[in-house]
Design a protein around this ligand. Structure first.
Ligand code: 13P
Length: 264
């Protein structure tokens, strides 16, 4: 598609971004499954030094259990969604304060399953991103094109719109707490992973858009994860690309060995 290089200003030196590997459990694992998976992750990690930040994002019902199990570990805790209102008559919704109270530091927002199955719009996601930041939760803000959009050549337009609308009203200082996850919808749960070159191309484009919106320093420091059929055997090459700073993992995060294997 295009060749997007992030122009560096005189003062912006390339920061070493820490790789961030987050596991999106989706609608999987009850309490027993949660205990088993987190215990498994902890036992594999014991005595190992991993050069990446690991985050688990279990369903709401498992967050409290996960928080207790993760006490004293470096693995971070995130939720998979939240609503932007403070409290009140919003049946079935969960607030940012509720997530904070069960120990969440991160929250996935704008996942393509929320956008496509539950009809979430860019505007709604933007409200959630702002509320998360106001509440000291770090958003893992998801974007990505469908197969149809890719095939019709509108990938960059879609990504640009999702970034501009989803991050509207944020400052460069807000961006310090934001992680972006690029997840091409056609690669999610399909086993059809984007090639490292395909992913890198979009990641570089995302960073070039961030330069325009928030400046070069902020863009250089923003972690941009790739998501979509990431597994231990394709992680190394994907994560070796200059603008790919981690992974948002679905299927492969449900087994402790493969989740930690991706980070290793
Ligand atoms: P898979 O890793 O199962 O393709 O899912 C990716 C994803 O949607 C993570 O949020």
């Amino acid at each position: 598609m295009g060749n997007f290089k992030v122009e560096k200003t005189k003062n912006s030196r390339r920061m070493m971004r820490t790789k961030v590997i987050a596991g999106n459990w989706k609608m999987n694992n009850d309490i027993n499954g949660t205990i088993e998976l987190i215990s498994g992750i902890k036992s594999i990690l014991a005595g190992k030094k991993i050069d990446a930040k690991l985050i688990v994002c279990p369903p709401f019902t498992s967050l409290e259990t996960a928080k207790e199990l993760l006490k004293g570990s470096d693995v971070g805790l995130g939720a998979q969604n939240m609503y932007f209102e403070e409290n009140g008559a919003f049946t079935g919704e969960i607030s940012a304060a509720m997530l904070k109270s069960v120990g969440c530091e991160y929250v996935i927002l704008g996942h393509s399953e929320r956008r496509t199955i539950f009809g979430e719009t860019d505007e709604l996601i933007n409200k959630k991103v702002k509320k998360a930041l106001d509440s000291q939760l770090k958003p893992i803000f998801c974007i990505g094109e469908t197969l149809e959009e890719r095939e019709s050549g509108t990938t960059f337009d879609v990504i640009k719109r999702q970034i501009q609308a989803g991050l509207s009203g944020l400052s460069d200082s807000d961006m310090k707490a934001v992680i972006i996850a690029y997840e091409p919808v056609w690669a999610i749960g399909t086993g059809k992973v984007a090639s490292p070159a395909q992913a890198q191309e979009v990641h570089a484009f995302i960073r070039s858009e961030l330069v325009k919106l928030f400046g070069a320093v902020s863009a250089e420091n923003t972690v941009i994860q790739y998501g979509g059929s990431v597994k231990p055997d394709n992680a190394r090459e994907l994560l070796g690309q200059p603008d790919i700073d981690g992974a948002l993992v679905g299927g492969a995060c449900l087994k402790a060995e493969s989740f930690v294997g991706i980070a290793e």
